[in-house]
Design a binder for this molecule. Structure first.
Ligand SMILES: NC(=O)c1ccc[n+]([C@@H]2O[C@H](COP(=O)([O-])OP(=O)(O)OC[C@H]3O[C@@H](n4cnc5c(N)ncnc54)[C@H](OP(=O)(O)O)[C@@H]3O)[C@@H](O)[C@H]2O)c1
Length: 269
């Protein structure tokens, strides 16, 4: 019996991935820190769709967390066919005004754990000549974002890493895909203290983002930027000098900062 493993499934985009994959009859492994939320979601999805849902409560910003997830799946004999590396959080503030620990947690969660989960689950996918790896990046992958410096850098890493291994795995039957959403209505903004509507960028719900991602993965696309305006901004922006795009990023960040307080120690609990 094969499974779709989704990290960060307790809210936002990850929760919508869980619902969407469940509605298509897939068995799920849900991972996040909020065990109760995962259990509640698992009960709902099992009751509605008659699928198997397993949960694993884990802080993925810890260095050895990927091994723990992998060991759980191995012990329970859960074959992961699709890996959705989605868990993430935001930070909001000047680079040196935020605790070093928060930057470290972000790099581990967004990058190291993603690499390790990919590395650990890949051999089994290769043996079966079949598998899917969906990594959640962001539109911030395409340029530096002042006051979101580490966030944007970790998301650029996710896109670059995904593109590279995708080519390495081209003839293996394994699809690797990077999702680069624009501003999406989830809990991330409340947790981070950012008002997305002040940035002047389009803001949309997570459902179309997730549906577009699953479709793009099935079509074996390299990456996708959901939403027409996001596509125009990202692809049009690539024709402009990087320094100009950075200045624009600075203007949008300043605009957002003009009314919203900075949360310096967020997401460290
Ligand atoms: N919303 C946007 O505008 C947007 C845009 C581009 C990209 N993204 C990316 O989309 C992904 C999902 O974010 P979201 O917008 O859906 O935010 P969200 O609603 O805050 O959900 C984040 C998920 O990640 C999990 N998570 C956070 N820290 C974790 C940790 N240390 N260990 C394990 N799980 C952790 C959270 O679960 P627990 O708190 O229960 O652990 C939650 O399930 C992130 O990678 C984010 O960077 C979001």
């Amino acid at each position: 019996m094969s499974y779709v493993l989704i990290t960060g499934a307790s809210s936002g985009i990850g929760k919508v991935f869980a619902k969407e994959y469940a509605s298509r009859g897939n068995n799920l492994i849900l991972v996040a820190r909020s065990g109760e939320k995962l259990e509640a979601l698992a009960d709902t999805l099992t009751g509605t769709y008659g699928i198997n849902v397993r949960t694993f409560t884990q802080d993925l910003s810890l260095q050895d967390s990927a091994e723990k997830v992998f060991d759980f799946c191995k012990k329970e004999k859960l074959a992961v066919r699709t890996l959705v590396n989605n868990a993430g959080f935001g930070l909001n503030g000047a680079f040196d005004s935020l605790p070093l620990e928060s930057h470290e947690k972000m790099v581990v969660l967004h990058n190291l754990t993603l690499i390790k989960l990919t590395y650990l689950f890949l051999p089994e996918m290769k043996r079966r000549n079949q598998g899917e790896i969906l990594n959640v990046s962001s539109i911030t992958a395409f340029q530096g974002i002042p006051y979101n410096a580490v966030y944007a850098a970790t998301k650029a890493f996710v896109l670059s890493f995904s593109e590279s291994i995708r080519e390495e795995l081209r003839h293996s039957g394994i699809h690797v895909f990077a999702l680069c959403p624009g501003l999406t209505e989830t809990e991330i903004f409340e947790k981070t203290g950012i008002d997305p509507y002040r940035t002047l960028m389009p803001v949309g719900p997570p459902e179309p983002v997730v549906r577009a991602a699953i479709k793009a993965l099935q079509k074996n696309r390299t990456y996708s930027v959901p939403g027409l305006i996001n596509k125009i901004l990202i692809h049009g922006g690539r024709l402009l000098p990087r320094t100009l795009m950075l200045k624009l990023g600075m203007v949008l960040s300043r605009r957002e900062k003009s009314t919203v307080k900075t949360l310096a120690g967020n997401n460290l609990t």
